[in-house]
Write a protein that binds this ligand. Structure first.
Ligand code: URA
Length: 193
């Protein structure tokens, strides 16, 4: 079995206990399904968002609503696509009324996220927004200071940027967002073997 198929097999194994939406460890109501990560299991670049929203819950895929469409456009503009990267969230179930997951929910979500990271072994992780940033690098670090900088953790480079939903509301940060994602793509390409 090649490395790519083996990674897909291991991911399926990680996801298996959570396939049924009733496996959700939180008292979330109105859930349709678990929203797992999606993309290339051999990707060198992984994006991590917060939690699924209404569109993601309905379609069962991460980042397929307005935020996802912006992310797709930026990926294409910087010479890659969502098929070439891996996209996931800290929390795999839609919080009620699209509220932000609590720190305790994110701590539970991190266990499954860590297993995804272990299987994919990306060279670069680009965190989208403060939830993913705080989950990976701790709650003290502010997004305005961290964004665009590169951190190293267990041999993986972490490059935080804004959440695309924030960019939809703050178009003046689009240039910074694009430059952060360009940087993440370039570093991931340079580390491809
Ligand atoms: N926002 C996120 O953080 N993740 C999604 O999948 C969609 C919107």
């Amino acid at each position: 079995m090649n490395n790519h198929n083996e990674k897909q097999r291991l991911l399926n194994q990680v996801y298996e206990p959570f396939r049924d939406v009733s496996s959700c460890p939180f008292a979330f109501t109105d859930l349709t399904q678990t929203v797992f990560g999606e993309g290339n299991p051999s990707a060198t670049l992984m994006f991590i968002g917060e939690a699924p929203g209404r569109d993601e819950d309905r379609l069962g895929k991460p980042f397929v609503g307005r935020s996802g469409q912006l992310l797709n456009r930026v990926l294409e503009a910087v010479g890659t696509s969502r098929r070439d990267v891996f996209i996931t969230n800290v929390v795999k179930w839609r919080p009620p009324n699209n509220r932000k997951p609590t720190p305790a929910e994110m701590a539970v979500g991190k266990k499954l996220l860590d297993q995804e990271i272990t299987v994919i072994r990306p060279k670069v992780i680009c965190t989208l927004g403060s939830s993913a940033l705080h989950t990976l690098l701790g709650p003290e670090i502010s997004i305005s200071r961290a964004r665009g900088n590169v951190f190293k953790q267990n041999g993986t480079l972490i490059l935080p940027t804004y959440h695309p939903a924030y960019i939809l509301r703050n178009k003046n940060e689009l240039e910074n967002f694009m430059s952060d994602i360009t940087r993440a793509v370039e570093i991931a390409k340079s580390r491809q073997q």
